[in-house]
Ligand binder design. Structure first.
Ligand SMILES: [Zn+2]
Length: 395
């Protein structure tokens, strides 16, 4: 028991994350299909706190079956059978739902049946918490078990028609990323925002996806017995990139980049796009970066996958360098598809000719799909994109 508990701490808690030598664990090891299974290290899937709405003034909520509302002291303050679509708002330090007023800084809505709570036209499986913020605003957090959360993520992050093994690899990747965020934000109000992992409540779930998730239930990747941020992206364009190069952090062997060679089929594997100089200037201005008359945007210090670590922007104000990934996110991640580009000035536009879609770190989704179609099982896919990992079943 002590041994199992030690491993659980190494995976989940950073304070004791120096790691446990693999050899000390071996007597407990049961290898099943490449997954290190010690028996359950957690007795059940952990609860994720997912930020659904941040600092809003209003939202719409409804509940289909019976429900309960509890306050910040977990006392039941209301209950009912079916809640018609009602507006959530905050006035005079009270939370209003429709025309009912609750004098509490926080309230929790729990439905009797999974999936009965609807918030802004999306249905959710877990419980939702409404928290008052400053200036009559509020935020909404869902509390949901990890497996149900991953079920909601999988169908949003990868086309549902893709190969089972690509989807299994994606499920383990998303679970590892979510578990890492839960670890580093364990003392914060939420662990994950919806923009970090695409998530649309139960809208993305299907029986097939649920079966695929069940087949990898509780499995995460670890490196040196530590959970890590398992980044992933759509298309690398030929070679995945070193996390240190792109994000300036997370330099561990699984995130240093590998030859992909599987994503040529992606329509994003190479692309060309004209982006108006004035649009770039406007996007930068919105982030308080004031540049006018851009004449060039140069990819500086490209990595093995040609993703730049910096861009140099030539303008009336001279040359300005900034982090390439930050630049891409400001311009728009779906407008400038990646930082692996060459560029030239073209009248009032910059013509970007690039490779891939996304930051280029970790699993390449199109590559994973091509590997799976060629017969690679999900574990081989993960070990290709994240070298030196081990797979561990937590529950
Ligand atoms: Zn690739």
């Amino acid at each position: 028991m002590g041994r199992v508990f030690s491993l659980m701490i190494a995976v989940l808690l950073p304070t004791l994350s120096a790691g446990i030598p693999f050899s000390c664990q071996r007597d407990a090891l049961v290898v099943q299909d490449g997954v290190n299974d010690y028996g359950p290290l957690l007795d059940k899937p952990p609860i994720m706190r997912v930020l659904l709405i941040r600092d809003a003034r209003e939202a719409q909520v409804s509940v289909y079956g019976s429900y309960q509302i509890t306050g910040s002291l977990t006392n039941i303050i209301d209950q009912g059978q079916g809640l018609q679509k009602a507006k959530i708002s905050v006035t005079n330090s009270a939370i209003n739902i429709g025309n009912k007023r609750y004098d509490t800084s926080e309230l929790r809505i729990t439905s009797h049946q999974d999936g009965d709570i609807e918030l802004n036209n999306l249905r959710y499986r877990g419980e939702i918490r409404i928290l008052q913020q400053f200036n009559n605003k509020f935020s909404v957090i869902e509390e949901i078990d990890m497996e149900s959360f991953i079920a909601g993520v999988l169908g949003s992050e990868m086309p549902q028609s893709w190969n089972d093994d690509a989807l299994r690899a994606q499920a383990v990747t998303a679970r590892t990323y979510a578990m890492y965020k839960k670890k580093i934000r364990r003392d914060e109000i939420y662990h994950l925002e919806m923009i970090e992992l695409a998530y649309r409540g139960i809208a993305g779930e299907t029986p097939r996806l649920n079966k695929i998730i069940q087949e990898t239930k509780g499995v995460v990747m670890v490196y040196n017995w530590n959970i890590f941020p398992a980044y992933f992206h759509s298309t690398c364009g030929g070679h995945t990139e070193d996390a240190l190069h792109v994000f300036g952090k997370d330099s561990i062997p699984p995130l240093t980049g590998v030859v992909c060679g599987y994503c040529d089929n992606s329509k994003h594997s190479s692309w060309s796009k004209d982006i108006r100089k004035s649009d770039i200037e406007k996007k930068l201005r919105e982030a308080n970066i004031y540049i006018s008359n851009i004449s060039a945007v140069k990819n500086v210090n490209p990595g093995a996958g040609n993703h730049g670590s910096k861009v140099e922007i030539a303008s009336l104000q001279g040359n300005k360098e900034m982090n390439a990934n930050d630049f891409r996110l400001l311009v728009g991640p779906n407008i400038l598809l990646s930082t692996a580009f060459n560029s030239r000035s073209n009248g009032n536009c910059i013509t970007f000719s690039g490779k891939g879609w996304g930051h280029g770190v970790g699993l390449c989704q199109y590559g994973a799909q091509a590997m799976a179609e060629k017969g690679s099982p999900w574990i081989a896919i993960l070990k290709h994109y994240y070298p030196e990992i081990e797979l561990v079943r937590l529950y």
